[in-house]
Ligand binder design. Structure first.
Ligand code: TMP
Length: 212
């Protein structure tokens, strides 16, 4: 059976971690394929070091292009070590963040050139894209408030509101460009309803997928 890559995107505090866990459990009980959950940055041993470098609050001197390279490096390692082997074994891979995060954060957020970010995405993935992306759409103010209530914030979570608003705009633009594969889920509702909405979107996708 063909493997599938399902990616999760959203601003800080959008509830990806909770939803990935809920959907992994649901898929495990409804699909015959094995389910793997992973994330970027940090889905490999090397990636965990890169995640630390990228998110640790004390590091203030990462140049925007360096940041882009480090996310791309994490992605290459992740694809080679985790994603591609899992897909080759016919597994369903649920990946918390992927290339759209680089577009939203490094291009829209940091202001790097779109084509530069796309080039790095292309180098990292060699054209391997998600079968489906679930975007948990949430007002950035609500997301940041949730993060604040959780306690410690990382380098990105501490960034200015305007930065996060630009990131949100990035996701909005991607969703407009790719309505079939970048699915918008309203995340400002009770967790169980968010899970239900994702299940509906995925059921539709699996049905279409089985028919092709
Ligand atoms: P998270 O895994 O807790 O969502 O945190 C990862 C952070 O890294 C988040 O602030 C978004 C950021 N990020 C980028 O800026 N570019 C990327 O390509 C990826 C994968 C994540």
């Amino acid at each position: 059976m063909k493997g599938r890559l399902i990616v999760w995107e959203g601003v800080e505090g959008s509830g990806k971690t909770t939803q990935v866990a809920a959907i992994a459990e649901w898929l495990q009980s409804t699909q015959s394929q094995e389910v793997v959950t992973t994330r970027e940055p940090g889905g490999t041993a090397l990636g965990k070091h890169l995640r630390n470098l990228l998110l640790k609050e004390e590091i203030h001197t990462i140049h925007d292009k360096t940041e882009l390279c480090l996310y791309a490096a994490d992605r290459i390692q992740h694809l080679e070590e985790v994603i591609k082997p899992a897909l080759a074994q016919g597994k369903i891979v649920l990946c918390d963040r992927f290339t759209a995060s680089s577009i939203a954060y490094q291009c829209y957020g940091r202001g790097l050139d779109y084509s530069l970010v796309e080039q790095f995405n292309q180098i990292a993935t060699n054209g391997l894209g998600p079968d489906l992306t679930i975007w948990l759409k949430l007002d950035v103010r609500i997301g940041l408030q949730r993060v604040k209530l959780r306690g410690e914030s990382d380098r990105f979570e501490k960034a200015a509101l305007e930065f996060h608003q630009r990131v949100h705009q990035g996701y909005q633009d991607i969703a407009l460009r790719q309505p079939q594969t970048f699915i918008t889920i309203e995340a400002n509702q009770p967790q169980a309803l968010v899970t239900q909405a994702i299940q509906q979107a995925l059921s539709k996708h699996f049905q279409e997928f089985d028919e092709t």
